[in-house]
Write a protein that binds this ligand. Structure first.
Ligand code: ADP
Ligand code: MG
Length: 236
C-alpha cells in the first residue's frame, strides 16, 4: 500500500518530542517523530535499548503525552484533551500488552480479562461472554478460574492478550510481548498477534528481535529518538 489514507488514517504524529527530566539532566527520548498509521496496519518498532521505543508506544497508547508536537487519533488531538477524555480513548480504543504481563495476582484469569470493563462507563452487555470466548481462543478455557501465579509465562501473556482485546480495541500495542518467554511460548503469542492483525485490528509491536520484526509488513527503526527508517514490504 502506498497511501495510508486509503487504509483509513488512524494515527498521526507530528513533530512529537518527549523529554524527561532526571537528576537535573534532561533526556530527549523522542526527538521529533512524524508518523502516520493507517487502520489495519501491522507495524514492528525496533531499535537499540534506549532508542525511545517504549516512550513512543506509551504516547501511542495515551499512557503518556508528548512534551511537544501533536498526536492525533482518529483525527482528534490527544494533546488538547483533559485526562478523562484521554483515558476514555485509551480504555475504549486501545489494548496494551507488556513484557511483564501486568496481571493482578489476586484476581482469577477471567477476572483479569474482565478488568477493563470496570473502567468503562457503558460496558457492552456481551462482555462476559466475549471474555470467555477470547480465553478459549487463546487456549486458556481450562484456566479461567486459576490465579496468574498458577500459569506459565506463555499462559500469562495469552491471558494478558485476551484482556487487551476484551473491549474490542481498534489498536493493539505490545511492548516486547515475547521478551520474557521461551521460544515455544513466544511462537504461540506471536501467532495470536498475527490473528489480531488478520481480524482487521491495527497492531504496533515493539521488539528488539529482527526475526520477530520481520513478521510485520511495516518496520520502523528508531535511533536516538528519531525514525531511522520506515520500511514496507509485502507480508509473507
Ligand atoms: P527503549 O524502550 O527503546 O529502550 P525508552 O523509551 O525506554 O527506550 O527510553 C528512551 C530514553 O529515555 C532512555 O535514555 C531512557 O533512559 C529515558 N527514559 C525513559 N523513560 C524515562 C523516565 N520515566 N524518566 C527518565 N528518563 C526516561
Ligand atoms: Mg523499552
Amino acid at each position: 500500500m502506498t497511501d495510508n489514507q486509503s487504509a483509513g488514517e488512524l494515527i498521526e504524529l507530528r513533530g512529537v518530542r518527549r523529554r524527561y527530566a532526571m537528576d537535573g539532566q534532561v533526556v530527549e527520548a523522542l526527538a521529533g517523530i512524524d508518523l502516520r498509521i493507517g487502520a489495519g496496519e501491522f507495524i514492528a518498532i525496533t531499535g537499540a535499548s534506549g532508542s525511545g521505543k517504549s516512550s513512543l508506544l506509551n504516547i501511542l497508547g495515551c499512557l503518556d503525552r508528548p512534551t511537544e508536537g501533536c498526536y492525533l487519533i482518529e483525527g482528534r488531538d490527544v494533546a488538547g484533551m483533559d485526562d478523562e477524555a484521554a483515558s476514555d480513548i485509551r480504555n475504549r480504543r486501545i489494548g496494551f500488552v507488556f513484557q511483564s504481563f501486568h496481571l493482578l495476582p489476586r484476581l482469577t484469569v477471567l477476572e483479569n480479562v474482565l478488568l477493563p470493563l470496570r473502567f468503562h462507563r457503558d460496558p457492552p452487555t456481551d462482555a462476559g461472554a466475549h471474555a470467555r470466548e477470547l480465553l478459549r481462543k487463546v487456549g486458556l478455557q481450562e484456566r479461567m478460574e486459576h490465579r496468574p501465579s498458577e500459569l506459565s509465562g506463555g499462559q500469562m501473556q495469552r491471558a494478558a492478550i485476551a484482556r487487551a482485546l476484551v473491549l474490542r480495541p481498534a489498536i493493539l500495542l505490545a511492548d516486547e510481548p515475547t521478551g520474557n518467554l521461551d521460544s515455544r511460548s513466544a511462537a504461540d503469542v506471536l501467532g495470536l498477534i498475527d490473528d489480531v492483525h488478520a481480524s482487521g485490528q491495527t497492531v504496533v509491536m515493539v521488539t528488539h528481535d529482527n526475526d520477530i520484526a520481520a513478521r510485520a509488513p511495516r518496520r520502523i527503526r528508531l535511533r536516538d529518538g528519531k525514525v531511522e527508517h520506515d520500511i514496507r514490504q509485502h507480508a509473507h
